[in-house]
Design a protein around this ligand. Structure first.
Ligand code: LMR
Length: 396
């Protein structure tokens, strides 16, 4: 019987969504989960997605099984989006790209591949990182350590401590890095810092796994791919997990990709055959709908152009809300410059778990207990209330 089982604590991020829904207060603000809300406070259905769905519906496509590696047009177009359509690695056919169940699914398959087929037993993640990273790597048999990332006063990256940590790792350690829009801190490496990072990764024979779930929300769709493209330029063999949840607003469709950058085309074919085997054992093949939408959008130059505009619109709204939060903080006599120094959906406020509890319980402002708030949940109607609530907690 199951009587001896104990319940699991709620997920620190997704659990907040449920708590928020139950909160009856009208003033409540959802800055928990990483979901983009528009100025009106709603999760939008992107126009290009609606148009793609209209076209797909007209074609009355049957819903057969996808290939184990996913829809070929989806994989090819996402690979171009991530690496750049003219990248030498793309043209050489040395990247194995498969469709995955969101970014989470890509990370899980990456860990399974590294552990089962490359003999990797140890992984490291940034301190702090997205909570699920550690759980995913552990579930696939890796021992998980942390590398230094944030300065003690949380004002930026402690790059010297980070490099020292990397230099102390044994060869073949899987190093999970955030390609852009670091989750949860919002602090990213500069291009020069990335060049140094890549050098160490190569010298120490480490295995990079780049998680890029937020392409387009940092500096722009092309700019955000800098790290991944640099690794590919330098001839590094590595893994990259990407997602269409955020930049296509397709959260619930679970559509992502795992890219394994190999030395040559032959190696990439072998890797794809291995990934198909892993997928077959786990879920056979990915669902059809989300991948078809993305392939439709990226496959039509006009639709792709309007998608790029929509993503840029979301990005600039987030940048605008960062500035608005900073200004609203100033009006409260507080320095919220963290908001304008960080990138992507998230900001690290520097508040403790207890302070985040107070923020939620007393003011109805929901953020993650590690001090993270989702800037994409701010709008011009709630930003002052949020700044006032933050100020009250900072001063409490
Ligand atoms: C987040 O960090 O809020 C998102 O990546 C959503 C999730 O699955 O946690």
């Amino acid at each position: 019987d199951f009587a001896a089982l104990a319940p699991m604590p709620d997920d620190p991020i997704l659990g907040l969504v449920e708590l928020f829904k139950k909160d009856p207060r009208e003033t409540k603000v959802n800055l928990g989960v990483g979901v983009y809300l528009n100025e009106a406070g709603f999760l939008p259905l992107m126009e290009c997605v609606e148009e793609a769905e209209r076209r797909l519906l007209e074609r009355h496509l049957p819903r057969g099984y996808m290939p184990m590696s996913g829809m070929p047009q989806y994989c090819a177009s996402v690979q171009k989006l991530v690496f750049g359509k003219d990248h030498a690695a793309v043209k050489a056919g040395r990247i194995s790209t498969i469709q995955t169940l969101g970014g989470t699914g890509a990370l899980q398959l990456a860990a399974a591949f590294a552990h089962q087929f490359l003999g990797v037993n140890q992984g490291v993640v940034s301190d702090p990182t997205w909570g699920n990273h550690i759980a995913i790597l552990k579930a696939d048999g890796l021992e998980v350590g942390k590398y230094a990332y944030l300065k003690a006063d949380r004002s930026g990256i402690d790059f010297e401590a980070f490099k020292a940590a990397l230099n102390a790792l044994p060869a073949k350690t899987l190093v999970l890095l955030h390609g852009c829009c670091h989750n949860p801190t919002g602090f990213d490496f500069s291009h020069d810092e990335w060049r140094e990072v890549v050098k160490i990764l190569v010298e120490r024979d480490l295995l990079p796994l780049i998680d890029m779930a937020y392409q387009g929300f940092g500096a722009g769709l092309e700019e955000d791919a800098f790290a991944i493209r640099l690794l590919a330029d330098e001839g590094v063999t590595f893994l990259a997990a990407t997602s269409c949840s955020k930049n296509f607003g397709l959260y619930g469709e679970r559509v992502g990709a795992l890219h394994i950058v190999c030395d040559n085309e032959k190696e990439a074919q072998v890797v794809t055959s291995i990934m198909k085997r892993i997928v077959r054992q786990e879920y056979s093949n990915p669902p059809t709908h989300g991948g078809q939408i993305v392939a439709e959008v990226l496959g039509d130059p006009e639709l792709q152009a309007s998608w790029r505009k929509e993503v840029e619109g979301m990005r600039s709204r987030i940048v605008g809300m960062r500035e608005a939060l900073y200004a609203a903080g100033k009006a409260e006599g507080l320095d919220f410059s963290f908001a304008v120094k960080q990138h992507g959906m998230f900001s690290f406020t520097g508040l403790s778990a207890e302070e985040m509890d107070l923020l939620r319980e007393k003011y109805g402002v929901y953020g993650v207990r590690n001090g993270r708030i989702c800037i994409a949940g701010l709008n011009h109607r709630n930003v002052e209330y949020v700044a006032k609530s933050l100020a009250a907690v900072f001063k409490a």
